[in-house]
Design a protein around this ligand. Structure first.
Ligand code: GTP
Ligand code: MG
Length: 300
């Protein structure tokens, strides 16, 4: 077995094999995963940019266009695409791979899809750990794509230094619905598919909405893109850069660490709870006698 210091050195030099192996080690809790995690220090402070938004908003297409810009400027980019394990999203997974496939042979680009939500005792979510492993490598920017469905937007905000929320012109009602939550987490709004009807009106409404919320040391910009034709990409990069220099970005550091710590502690405390086993035990318990869910839960 290779010494941790050797692994870290190789990663910091951008050894792709070592990076991929380290991710596999933490993802599957293979031998030495804890030692590896315990040896990670965030010295490079690689910015983590989260992209979230409704299914099909154009997140992957936009990220693809950004990768092209970053890589063209000689920057090294890592992308984590988080695929919910739901079979509904299987097509998405393949789609993302196809859309980003032009970068598969680019030495400046590292792309990894990871599964989440070990629904019935399957894979546990290792996003935090994988991000931290990637931070130990020599990337200039880390990008995370998640589909925004309720909770995930909030989760991405606890993981990313800058959160970009991608919407489409026809998302009017959705924005009304998730208004406050989305306002809290969005550092940058991108209205993609601005080539479509109604983009101008939607942009205006969103702009008004942003200004109706109290300012937090950074005014959330509302940008228009058409990712498919790579229109407006430069502005997205500029605003990500600008947010990185804002007071809000610095304040967010400890918030992100808090969220990460909270989730790691939660996972640690829940590690002996397996939903499949729990289901068996519930089925037994309800057969036995009078069933009280609070007494049942109190045993754990
Ligand atoms: N008209 C138009 N279509 C776009 C634009 N950007 C992306 N699309 C299309 O929208 C569809 C979805 O794009 P994706 O990039 O896969 O969207 P996504 O948000 O990553 O989707 P999920 O990962 O499934 O949530 C594709 O067919 C794209 O070609 C755009 O700017 N204009
Ligand atoms: Mg996608």
């Amino acid at each position: 077995v290779e010494a941790i210091s050797e692994t870290l050195l190789k990663m910091s030099r951008g050894d792709v094999k070592t990076i991929a192996r380290s991710i596999t080690i933490v993802e599957n809790e293979l031998d030495g995963f804890k030692e590896l995690l315990f040896s990670l220090y965030d010295t490079r402070r690689t910015p983590v940019i989260g992209f979230t938004g409704p299914p099909g908003a154009g997140k992957s297409t936009l990220i693809n266009a950004l990768i092209r810009e970053y890589s063209g400027a000689g920057k090294k980019v890592a992308v984590i695409a988080i695929d919910p394990t739901s079979p509904f999203n299987y097509g998405t997974l393949l789609g993302d791979r196809l859309r980003m496939s032009e970068h598969f042979n680019d030495p400046n680009v590292f792309i990894r899809s990871i599964a989440t939500r070990g629904s019935l005792g399957g894979l546990t979510e290792k996003t935090i750990e994988i991000v931290d492993v990637l931070k130990a490598a020599n990337f200039d920017v880390l990008i995370i794509e998640t589909v925004g469905v309720g909770q995930t937007e909030v989760e991405i905000a606890g993981l990313a230094d800058t959160t970009v929320v991608i919407l489409v012109p026809e998302a009017g009602d959705e924005v009304q619905m998730m208004k406050s939550g989305i306002m809290e987490i969005a550092d940058i709004f991108v209205v993609n598919k601005s080539d479509r009807d109604g983009a101008g009106a939607f942009l205006n409404n969103l702009q008004k909405l942003v200004h109706s919320f109290p300012e937090k040391g950074w005014i959330t910009p509302v940008l228009a893109t058409a990712a498919i034709t790579r229109t407006g990409i430069q502005e997205v990069i500029e605003q990500i850069e600008a947010h990185g220099h804002s007071a809000s970005f610095n304040k967010k550091k400890s918030f992100v660490l808090l969220e990460k710590a909270y989730r790691l502690i939660q996972k640690k405390r829940m590690q002996d709870i397996n939903k499949v086993k729990l289901h068996d035990e519930i089925e037994k318990a309800i057969l036995a006698s009078e069933f009280n869910i609070y007494r049942f839960a109190d045993c754990y």
